[in-house]
Design a protein around this ligand. Structure first.
Ligand code: GLY
Length: 403
């Protein structure tokens, strides 16, 4: 063996060793323990159930608090439910129940917007799944009926922002709205009418038709003509431009169509979820698998990242990996999700002692200057959900419990 070959062989073994270290350096239980530790810090500073953590601005340490009406109000109770799921500690269950119940009026008041699924399914939905508490059922059923009041049969979708009909020029639907269909699917199978199932399916079908470019990147907002129901404008609100791919919007699409396949077994949704996922993975920064806030953001590689999109996508890809029959493709989705979670679990993305959230580097609304490179509660929620899903997969369990 000459010196050159010897060096090459040695380098190979060192690389293998480093790869081995990298894969073992991500320990799901350790990351979940970390989440519990951070949750303990946040929870000890809270005063009442209608003062709910939403975000911590870059460079600050205090949570910006919201009340139950905010679109993010369900994520903190959801995190408390996940803390209970992981620890089985009744302390978290009691807090989760109280923070969930504080959102009850949303189910019975006229719908402010489409976010009822985020608000009530992340809270009461997880609560029902983990406790079977039947008192949550009537609240979830009422929430689904309230959400359904926003459905417009002419357009075939749920109205996302009633307050913006005039400003945006018609019935508007945003890609994020896909997530709220889960509440409708659940309700239609648990005592509500089949109409809610039909609404969810129609919304998904019309979204599939109008909300995507030929390469399966998503528009953020579609405006529908209220008389003809035709899509008349395709635009962004939180992305960089009307023609760019807003990272979290694409994550909602992957997560939403994966969930729609789970709820309907319609293979068109499974195919579509894969197309959306493949588009996302194609241009994802490969050094850490965390996207910039918009895939076409100006200033890349110095643009802000969005760790929340990574958490949502990791969670969705883990589920998708269990549905895809092509084992190579399933393995690709699982491996990508694990890389995302490994990055999120590193000191580059975990808040650690910087603040009490789980993650840094989430971006909420870049165009209006809101929550840029910040800690945001939905980033933490989907990160913890994805960790719990990965733990279940590693233990050979189903990642979705029957609800
Ligand atoms: N659903 C709003 C957002 O993703 O920012």
């Amino acid at each position: 063996m000459n010196f050159k070959n010897g060096f090459a062989i040695l380098s190979f073994f060192i690389l293998q060793l480093l790869a081995g270290c990298a894969s073992t350096s991500f320990d799901v239980n350790k990351s979940l323990d970390y989440c519990i530790g951070q949750s303990g810090k946040t929870s000890s500073g809270l005063t009442g159930y209608d003062s709910i953590p939403r975000s911590i601005a870059n460079g600050q340490t205090k949570w910006r608090m919201i009340n139950y009406k905010d679109w993010c109000s369900g994520f903190y109770p959801g995190i408390l439910w996940y803390a209970y799921e992981y620890t089985k500690d009744e302390k978290w269950k009691a807090k989760a129940d109280s923070f969930s119940r504080a959102l009850t009026p949303l189910a019975y008041n006229p719908a402010y917007d489409h976010d009822l699924g985020f608000q009530l399914y992340c809270s009461f939905g997880n609560g029902l799944r983990l406790t079977g508490d039947t008192s949550y059922i009537s609240i979830l059923l009422a929430a689904a009926d309230t959400l359904a009041t926003l459905f417009n049969p002419t357009a075939g979708t749920i109205l996302s922002w009633p307050r913006d009909i005039q400003k945006l020029g018609g019935h508007n639907t945003i890609i994020d709205n896909m997530i709220n269909l889960e509440l409708l699917f659940w309700a239609s199978k648990h005592g509500s009418s089949k109409r809610l199932y039909d609404i969810a399916v129609q919304h998904a079908n019309v979204t599939m038709k109008n909300h995507f470019r030929p390469d399966h990147s998503s528009y953020h907002v579609i405006i529908y003509d209220s008389i003809t129901g035709q899509a008349i404008k395709k635009m962004t609100h939180q992305g960089y431009s009307d023609s760019s791919m807003w990272a979290r919007g694409q994550s909602w699409a992957i997560y939403g169509f994966t969930m729609c396949f789970r709820e309907t077994q319609n293979h068109a949704y499974l195919d579509f979820a894969q197309q959306c996922a493949d588009r996302y993975l194609r241009d994802l920064p490969k050094e850490d698998y965390i996207p910039y806030w918009d895939f076409n953001a100006p200033g890349i590689p110095n643009a802000p990242k969005d760790a929340s999109a990574a958490g949502i996508t990791a969670s969705a890809l883990l589920e998708l990996s269990t549905m895809v029959s092509d084992t190579t493709k399933a393995g690709k989705y699982r491996a990508a999700a694990e890389k995302m979670l490994a990055s999120l679990s590193s000191s580059d993305y975990q808040s650690g002692n910087i603040n009490d959230a789980f993650l840094l580097h989430c971006t909420g609304h870049k165009p209006n200057g809101g929550e840029i490179d910040a800690s945001i509660i939905y980033g933490d929620y989907y990160y913890m959900e994805a960790l719990l899903r990965l733990k279940k997969l590693q233990e050979g369990k189903n990642i979705i419990d029957k609800l």
